[in-house]
Design a protein around this ligand. Structure first.
Ligand code: GLA
Ligand code: ZN
Length: 672
């Protein structure tokens, strides 16, 4: 990242959450921190995240001394600050004096003081208090050259608040959206089970499917609105960049909509390394890195990661030697301009006292984890020229849509629905073959991609229908897997057959019915002279112009189509009507990628087992290749097409052999 106008040198951010307010009684610890930070090659710290009671100990009485000192201390070692707004945890006096700022649960019970992320996002009082403190911070630090970024709040989770104010605001949202209650009744299909409303005031958030979907949309939007108000307040006296730390896999927040309000995307990542699902976790983690990078198609920040274990999982595994550095380099390989940890130093008390940190309770640099972090810091310095470059341009886009997830997962048919899991299953082929991928929303402009993959895209409104149609018409290849276009944006089934409207023509099929298999049941299909196993669903589709490339080979749909290809306009549309164990998809994607000339950034990893992969960043002149081994075996020889320079050792190499959990970072000049 080129961090500000004074400093044009590129470098990676390295550091993390720092809570000096917990150590004010022991200045010697704060002093030691500064020594250790330099040793660990850390240069950036997120401060102020949970500091409200230190900053405003009594209503209207501010005390910025600890922040003044912290920023000055960090500046003395050349470190910068991501300055957080404190809205994620309010002080006690505020909750006591204004109980209405606390969140209300679905049963109408208002939370009591304690914990965090427990405020009502609508509360005018809370919003005012947040604006006030944010403006104070902006006024005091908004032009401070040692402040790098605004870190807005901490992990907006999106858990809904059911207080009267939130409900009233929701009803206003519905009025604006539907205009009349008759329209709303139609869109929600309220004649079902006698749900017909006679006024907007009657609408409760936990009713029928349409309401629930809108309630989710509204809640996510309400947090976004809250965030925008926070941003406006810090911008009052400051033009520093803003970010908020988002979280992987969060169900409630439609992050696709947040990107436009932020200057830099950042997120927190805690994969279950070394779990029985270790390699799946590696791919899932890669998916989320690609997801967050794709939000702006630009370098982003890994804002939190644990340098040791997490202490909130059922099984809290330490990272084995090499794993922490590999996880950090995974972020960099996918486009992160920093590696930041939660947390710098373990707190002595409360729920996170055993959570991984750079500095352990022993308080010195003589720990395994400290040395790992130090080593990552050294590597980040050696590869500093990569900061600011983007990832190699992707020719493949995988679609991901929160609204679809909400509608699909709550729809009452076909059990075993796992939207995030299914999308990640499809992503695995590209990940493992080192084929760059973007993760896009179905509403986004898709032109420019050679291949777009739509998994479980159950909800297809008119805009998405047109977008996908146009994409194929003008030459794109679209691969859809199961459930395509069954309902519109309000979860109403599309009349006249699935998939929605024109998509029947685009794919040249009609999808008549769907069968769900019991766990352990297995069906078969044949395609390209090979048999494959079906493990979860099969759809009964009919070719209406499409070429049949695969057929069910047993069960009641035996000999009927299950995989089709159709030419439409300049492009092609493929439909996979079943969920398999991954084998079929692997072969199908391979053939399509070959046909479309979609290339791996490192052919050598294609021969290897699942879990050995590569990624590339480039500025157009130099290509930076990251080769990663997530497996617990050495990789064996991975051949490179041309010689590369190893950026850590300076060696020129024509192949690499990675140890378990190993990573190599190589570079080469782009020819021509
Ligand atoms: C989240 C929070 C942090 C901390 C970590 C622990 O990401 O933002 O404050 O609680 O989890 O893993
Ligand atoms: Zn509320």
């Amino acid at each position: 990242m080129k961090n500000d106008k004074h400093e044009q040198k590129q470098y990676f951010l390295h550091g993390g959450d720092y809570n000096p307010e917990q150590w004010r009684e022991t200045p010697e610890i704060l002093h030691e921190d500064l020594q250790l930070m330099q040793k660990a090659k850390c240069n950036t710290f997120s401060v102020g995240i949970f500091s409200w009671s230190a900053l405003e100990p009594k209503e209207g009485e501010y005390d910025f001394s600890f922040l003044d000192e912290t920023i000055a201390n960090l500046a003395s070692i050349g470190a910068k600050v991501n300055l957080s707004t404190p809205s994620a945890a309010m002080p006690y006096w505020m909750a006591a004096k204004y109980p209405e700022i606390m969140k209300v649960n679905v049963d109408g019970v208002r939370k009591k003081f304690g914990g965090r992320q427990n405020f009502c996002p609508t509360s005018p009082v809370y919003r005012k208090k947040v604006r006030e403190i944010n403006k104070k911070l902006s006024e005091r630090y908004g032009r401070n050259e040692n402040v790098l970024l605004w870190h807005i709040s901490n992990e907006y989770y999106g858990e809904p608040c059911y207080c009267p104010l939130c409900k009233a605001k929701f009803r206003e949202y519905l009025k604006k959206k539907y205009g009349t209650v008759e329209r709303l009744n139609h869109e929600y299909w309220t004649a079902f089970w006698s749900h017909t409303y006679s006024s907007f005031e009657e609408v409760e958030p936990n009713g029928i499917a349409g309401v629930q979907l809108d309630w989710r949309r509204f809640t996510s939007e309400n947090y976004r609105d809250f965030m925008r108000e926070e941003i406006a307040a810090v911008r009052r006296y400051s033009d520093k960049k803003v970010t908020t730390n988002m979280v992987t896999a969060i169900y409630e927040m439609d992050y696709c909509k947040f990107a436009g309000d932020l200057d830099i995307i950042s997120f927190d990542n805690y994969p279950a390394w070394h779990s029985p699902e270790h390699l799946h976790e590696a791919a899932a983690s890669a998916f989320w890195h690609d997801f967050f990078r794709s939000l702006k198609n630009a370098p982003y920040l890994l804002m939190e990661s644990s340098p040791g274990l997490e202490n909130w999982k059922k099984y809290n595994k330490l990272k084995e030697n090499g794993m922490d550095k590999l996880a950090s380099m995974q972020a960099v390989a996918h486009g992160s301009d920093g590696v930041l940890y939660f947390q710098w130093r373990k707190s002595r008390g409360d729920s996170e006292k055993f959570h991984g940190a750079v500095v352990d309770h022993v308080g010195n640099d003589n720990t395994r984890i400290f040395r790992t972090v130090q080593n990552t810091g050294e590597t980040l310095e050696k590869i500093a020229e990569i900061a600011g470059t983007n990832t190699k341009r992707a020719e493949v886009a995988i679609l991901f849509d929160w609204e679809n997830m909400w509608a699909f997962e709550r729809s009452q048919f076909a059990g075993r629905k796992n939207y995030r899991g299914d999308v990640i299953e499809a992503y695995k082929f590209f990940w493992n073959n080192a084929i760059p991928c973007d993760i896009r929303n179905p509403h986004d402009d898709l032109s420019g991609y050679k291949l777009v993959v739509a998994v479980d895209l159950y909800m297809v409104g008119e805009t998405v229908e047109n977008n996908l149609t146009e994409y194929v018409k003008s030459g794109g290849a679209l691969y859809a897997k199961c459930f395509l276009g069954m309902v519109n944006e309000n979860d109403l089934c599309h009349p006249r057959g699935f998939p929605a409207g024109k998509l029947k023509e685009v794919f040249g099929i009609w999808n008549e019915e769907l069968d769900t298999l019991y766990p352990g049941d297995m069906r078969k299909l044949s395609a390209n002279g090979k048999e494959y196993a079906i493990t979860a669903y099969e759809e009964h589709i009919h070719a209406r112009g499409a070429t049949v490339l695969g057929q069910y080979s047993d069960g009641m749909f035996s000999c009927e189509p299950c995989f089709t290809e159709n030419s439409y306009g300049e492009g092609k549309a493929y439909y996979q009507a079943f969920a398999d164990d991954g084998e079929f998809e692997k072969d199908a994607f391979e053939r399509i990628c070959d046909a479309l000339g979609i290339k791996s950034v490192c052919g050598g990893v294609k021969e290897k087992t699942f879990g050995i992969t590569a990624h590339m960043r480039t500025d157009g002149k130099t290509e930076y290749l990251f080769i990663e081994n997530y497996t617990d075996e050495a990789s064996g020889e991975i051949a490179l097409e041309i010689p590369h320079e190893d950026m850590e050792t300076g060696e020129i190499v024509t192949s690499v052999n990675l140890p378990r959990y190993g990573v190599r970072i190589l570079k080469t000049k782009v020819k021509g």
